[in-house]
Design a protein around this ligand. Sequence first.
Ligand SMILES: [Zn+2]
Length: 319
Amino acid sequence: MADEAAQCIFCRIIAGEMESRKVYEDERAFACLDIRPGVKGHTLLMPKEHYPILPTLPQKEFEHLFGLLPTLLSALGGALGKTGANVFIANGAAAGQQSPHFLMHLLPREPMDSLNLYALRGEGALREHDELLPVLRQKLGKPGASSAARPPHLSNVDGETLFSEGGVVCVSPARPLVPGHLVLYPAEHAAFASLPKESSSNLFRAGTTLASLIFQLRSAQGTNLILKTGNADDNPGGFTALHVIPRTADDGLRLQWEPREMDLTPIAQQVSAMMPVREEKKVLKTITFREPMRIGGAPAPVTAREEIAAAIRNVQSVY
Ligand SMILES: [Zn+2]
C-alpha cells in the first residue's frame, strides 16, 4: 500500500506536491475540481488516506465522507445555481474506475445541461434480471415486505420492494438497466441536501453492501453506484435515488461523460467561497487546576467552579 500511495497522483495532490484546484479540505477529506470536467463544477471528493476501492474504506472514513455529501452538494449547487446533482462512483475498470485512489465524482446538474447519461432505464435485461429476483428476495427480503411497506412519497415508483429498513427502501426497478440493477431510496421525503449526515452514510452503506452481493451473484467485473438527486432532464421527478449497477466490460453501457473545455479558475473561486469552512483545530492551552492552597490544614476558600472560571479566562486571554 505504501508503494502504491507513493506513486498515486491523488496522494501527491493531497500532499501539495502537485497543483490542484482545491475547493474543500478537512482532517480526513479532500475535494478539488476535476481537470477534465463533464459539467461545470465537476468535483472529485476523496479520503486523504490512500484506499484503492470503496469496499476497502474503514468505517470511520466511510461515515465521514458520505456524511459530508449533503453539505458539499448543497454548497456546490448553491455556488453555481444548479438544481440537482449526481454522485458517480466506479469500482473496477469495467465500471470506469481510472484512479488508483478511491474517489467520487460530484456532478452538479440542471435541466438542459446535455449530460443525459443517467435515465438508467433498460429494455433488454428483464429475463435475466427476473431470474436473479428469487435469490435477491431470499437474501434481502423480509417476510411481509411489499410495496405497501413503502413510504407514501415512493408509492408511484415502478418495481418491487425488496426491503425497507434502517431508513432505506430497496426497489428492484420495473425496467432494469442491466440484470441485478437495484435502486435505494431514503425513506425520508426530503431534499438530499437537508438529510442528516447519518442518513446519507446509511444510504451509501446499504448501496456498498448491495453492490458486493450483486457483484458476487452476477460474477460481475465491477460496480457503479450512482446517486441522482434534484432536478435534471434525466431525473424529472427530482427524487433522491442511489442506483447500484453491476458491470461487465462488454455490457455496452455508456455512463461516463465526455470531458469539456472550460476555465476552471473562476469556477474554483466561486465554489470555494460557498464551501463550509473546515473546522480548524485550535490548540487550546491545557486547563490545569492549582492544588488548593492549604493554610493551617484547612482548604483555601476556592471552589472548583471559581477555578474553572479563572482557567477559562486565562485561556481566552491567549486568543
Ligand atoms: Zn492515493
